[in-house]
Design a protein. Structure first.
Ligand code: CA
Ligand code: CA
Ligand code: CA
Length: 133
């Protein structure tokens, strides 16, 4: 193998490797349990969830007319049980604001109702595609 060819192969491998590492770390920053658990106690409180999720903004994906609220029609697109809409609409104005929506999502997966997500509950949200943002 010529030195030049070897050089080209080495550079190609190095670039491929760094792109792979970079994309993995970006992915990890966006959706890892640990990055969300900002106080590192091994569980995610509702506040920790809110702090991160508001920045990611999955809400806006469903707020089709971008008025800051989900109607029952917009909510139907989220894939959650349509019966949840009234339950999540805490102030009964027939629409969900961002906090009502995220509170509803959080409580939906907080199956042991301790106000925190353990790792398995975070994973359940992932299994439902919640982190596919
Ligand atoms: Ca925590
Ligand atoms: Ca809307
Ligand atoms: Ca409401």
């Amino acid at each position: 193998m010529s030195d030049k060819l070897f050089h080209i192969i080495a550079v190609t491998l190095a670039v491929t490797l760094s792109v792979t590492l970079l994309s993995n770390s970006l992915y990890a920053n966006e959706v890892s349990f640990d990055s969300m658990d900002s106080n590192g106690d091994g569980r995610i409180s509702k506040d920790e969830f809110h702090d991160t999720i508001v920045e990611w903004g999955t809400f806006s994906d469903f707020d089709m007319n971008s008025d800051g609220y989900l109607t029952s029609e917009e909510f139907a697109e989220t894939g959650y049980n349509s019966g949840s809409f009234e339950e999540w609409d805490v102030n009964n104005d027939d629409q969900l604001d961002e906090y009502e929506y995220y509170d509803g999502v959080f409580d939906h997966y907080d199956e042991n109702e301790d106000g925190h997500w353990q790792r398995a509950q975070w994973q359940d949200a992932g299994d439902d595609g919640f982190w596919d943002i």
